[in-house]
Design a binder for this molecule. Structure first.
Ligand code: G1P
Length: 294
C-alpha cells in the first residue's frame, strides 16, 4: 500500500519585508491573529488533516517559533499555582500537538530552495507544503480534501482559487483541464505572470501535496522569477514526468501576508470566536453606525 501523507513542511525562513516595521525584530510567522501567532493556525490545520510530523524551515532570527511550540515549565508552574487551568491546558497542548522539527535554510534562495532543504527529513514519502501567509479557518477542509485526492490519484495536488485577473500576477497560475467539479489537471504553471500572459484566473494558494519526485525537479530548477529558485518552476518540470492536479476551493482562506488582508483575517476570525464573537460583532455594528459606514 502507498504510504499515507503524514508529513508537512512549513517554509518560514522569509524576511517578511511586506510587513515592516512589525517584522523588523520578530518573525512574521509570530504576528498574532486575534490571540494566536499566525503559524499556530497553520500547524493546527495540519493536525486537523491528520499530519503528525511537521518540519519548519527556519532561518536567522526565528528562534521564537521554536520556543512557541516547546514546553515552558516556568510558565506552566506559574499558571498551575494560580489555578489558571484553562490557560495551562492550552499551553501544554501546544507542545504536544505534533512532532515538530526544525531545519535552517541557510541562504534565502527562494521558496523552491526552502522546500528542497526538507529532502532528508521527508525521504521517499509524499508530503504536504503549507505556506504561512495563507491561513484557513476551521471550516476550510481544503488540505484534507487535497490529501484525499492524493490518495486516490497518487499524484501531486496544488490548491487553487479563482482570482480577478488584475490580481493574478501575485501568484503562481495554472493552465487547467477540468476533471470534476473541484478537480483540474494542471497542464502548465507559471510564476507571477502579467494578467495578459496568465493562462487562466486560477491561482495557486499556499497548500501543496507532493510526491517525493518534486525533489529531483527542484534539483534541476534554475533561478526564475525574482532571481529565486521557484517551487512553481519545479512543478512545471514535474508535470512533464507525471500528472499534477489542482484542487479548486473558494472559502475560508486569508492571506495574512498583505496588511489589508491581515486586518480582514483578524476581524473575521474574531467574529467567529465563541468567546469574543458576540461582543466584537456588537462593537463592529456600533462603529459602522457611528461612522456612517453603511
Ligand atoms: C508563493 C508562490 C506562488 C503562490 C503563493 C501563494 O508566492 O511562489 O506561486 O501562488 O505563494 O500565496 P509568494 O506569496 O511567496 O510571493
Amino acid at each position: 500500500m502507498a504510504p499515507a501523507v503524514t508529513k508537512a513542511v512549513i517554509p518560514a525562513a522569509g524576511l517578511g519585508t511586506r510587513f515592516l516595521p512589525a517584522t523588523k525584530a520578530q518573525p512574521k510567522e509570530m504576528l498574532p491573529v486575534v490571540d494566536k501567532p499566525a503559524i499556530q493556525y497553520v500547524v493546527e490545520e495540519a493536525v486537523r488533516a491528520g499530519i503528525d510530523d511537521i518540519l519548519i524551515i527556519t532561518g536567522r532570527g526565528k528562534r521564537s517559533l521554536e520556543d512557541h511550540f516547546d514546553r515552558n515549565f516556568e510558565l506552566e508552574y506559574y499558571l498551575e499555582q494560580r489555578g489558571k487551568i484553562h490557560d495551562l491546558g492550552e499551553i501544554q497542548a501546544l507542545a504536544e500537538m505534533a512532532d515538530i522539527h526544525y531545519v535552517r535554510q541557510g541562504e534565502p534562495l527562494g521558496l523552491g530552495h526552502a522546500v528542497s532543504v526538507a529532502r532528508k527529513h521527508v525521504g521517499d514519502n509524499p508530503f504536504v507544503v503549507m505556506l504561512g501567509d495563507d491561513i484557513m479557518d476551521r471550516r476550510c477542509t481544503v488540505l484534507a480534501d487535497m490529501i484525499a485526492t492524493f490518495e486516490e490519484y497518487q499524484r501531486s495536488v496544488v490548491a487553487l482559487s479563482e482570482f480577478p485577473i488584475e490580481e493574478i500576477s501575485a501568484y503562481g497560475v495554472v493552465r487547467p483541464e477540468t476533471v470534476t467539479d473541484h478537480l483540474v489537471r494542471v497542464l502548465d504553471i507559471v510564476e507571477k505572470p502579467q494578467p495578459a500572459a496568465a493562462p487562466s484566473n486560477l491561482a495557486v494558494m499556499g497548500r501543496y501535496v507532493f510526491t517525493p519526485d518534486i525533489f529531483q525537479a527542484l534539483e534541476q530548477v534554475k533561478p526564475g522569477h525574482g532571481g529565486e529558485i521557484q517551487l512553481t518552476d519545479a512543478i512545471a518540470l514535474l508535470l512533464r514526468e507525471q500528472e499534477v492536479y489542482g484542487y479548486v476551493f473558494g472559502e475560508g482562506r486569508y492571506d495574512i501576508g498583505k496588511k489589508l488582508d491581515y486586518l480582514r483575517a483578524t476581524v473575521e476570525l474574531a467574529m467567529d470566536r465563541e468567546d469574543l464573537g458576540p461582543e466584537f460583532r456588537a462593537f463592529l455594528a456600533e462603529i459602522v453606525r457611528k461612522r456612517g459606514l453603511a
